[in-house]
Ligand binder design. Structure first.
Ligand code: 13P
Length: 292
């Protein structure tokens, strides 16, 4: 399936994260990215893309990818996405293990987030650039990160012990030297459910975009005020990650099925999980994943 700036041409073959992001740039929107853990949740996200008429990123944490299996998750995505109108890519989220990221790219995953936030700056640049080169060989893309994005309630400190948000010059230099397809800056957001709305640095996003034109990735989408997200899209965010809310929908659907005495059919439970994930994901896709 091929994306054009305003529409979809179904004739092509494998999709690229870079092209989904260009679609977002051309349509003044952002591609939504949801973390899934199994076929039921993956189907919910792919169904959401069709419902909302928007491309989507299906992503797995390293833990989920290891548990599910690199080849098995890839095969499931290939089968579950086949024949759909709206394209998706299979992406590995926050991977600090370079060998595992390489394994996924070699196997045919579309993209990986190489999380270099625990590395010294020069090592982060070198290893990310090397991975970008390897990804290109296998038709894949790399999302770059070297500023740590904390969990809610954690102090935002990078692996080198420095403040998480390093100077803008360094960020721009990192993007230029590595050739990443998109970049995850520290913007004040965090992973998990917020107790209070975070203070988000829109101007930082705007400045990186102005200097590099590289699409930015927003982490910590769960619970963030949609108006704040929309403003971030105006500042150059082109991929928005939501994980915690998907997990809550998943577990909530499972728990509510277990409460219904006559639901003793696992396929019925899986159907409820898919529906719950689809509902959350399609809401975000409608808000941010398409023009207007
Ligand atoms: P949330 O879990 O806060 O939605 O963050 C998701 C994320 O950024 C995944 O990398």
């Amino acid at each position: 399936m091929n994306l054009t700036v305003t529409g979809v041409d179904r004739a092509g073959s494998r999709e690229r994260l870079g092209r989904l992001l260009q679609y977002a740039v051309g349509n003044d929107c952002a591609v939504m990215a949801f973390n899934v853990v199994d076929p039921a949740s993956m189907q919910g996200v792919l169904d959401a893309a069709e419902t909302a008429q928007a491309p989507v990123v299906v992503q797995l944490s390293v833990r989920s990818a290891r548990q599910w299996g690199v080849e098995a998750a890839l095969a499931c995505h290939a089968e579950a996405s086949s024949g759909r109108v709206w394209p998706s890519v299979l992406h590995l989220d926050h991977c600090v293990d370079r060998e595992f990221a390489e394994r996924c790219l070699r196997a045919g995953w579309d993209s990986v987030l190489f999380d270099a936030s625990g590395l010294a700056y020069e090592t982060a640049v070198r290893q990310t650039a090397e991975l970008v080169e390897l990804a290109a060989e296998f038709g894949g893309d790399v999302e770059g990160e070297f500023e740590a994005i904390p969990r809610v309630g954690e102090a935002p400190v990078g692996g080198s012990g420095e403040d998480v948000a390093v100077g803008l010059e360094r960020v721009n230099e990192f993007i230029g030297r590595t050739g990443v397809t998109c970049f995850s800056p520290a913007l004040g957001t965090a992973h998990g459910a917020y107790a209070h709305q975070p203070v988000v640095d829109h101007e930082r996003a705007r400045a990186i975009t102005a200097a590099t034109a590289v699409p930015l990735v927003l982490h910590g989408g769960t619970g963030l005020d949609p108006a704040v997200m929309a403003r971030l899209v105006d500042c150059g965010v082109r991929k928005i990650n939501v994980s915690t809310q998907i997990k809550h929908a998943y577990v909530g659907a499972m728990a509510s099925a277990a409460d219904v005495a006559d639901v003793m059919e696992p396929l019925e439970v899986l159907g409820r999980i898919t529906a719950a994930v689809r509902e959350v994901a399609s809401g975000y896709c409608r808000m941010f994943g398409r023009r207007g």
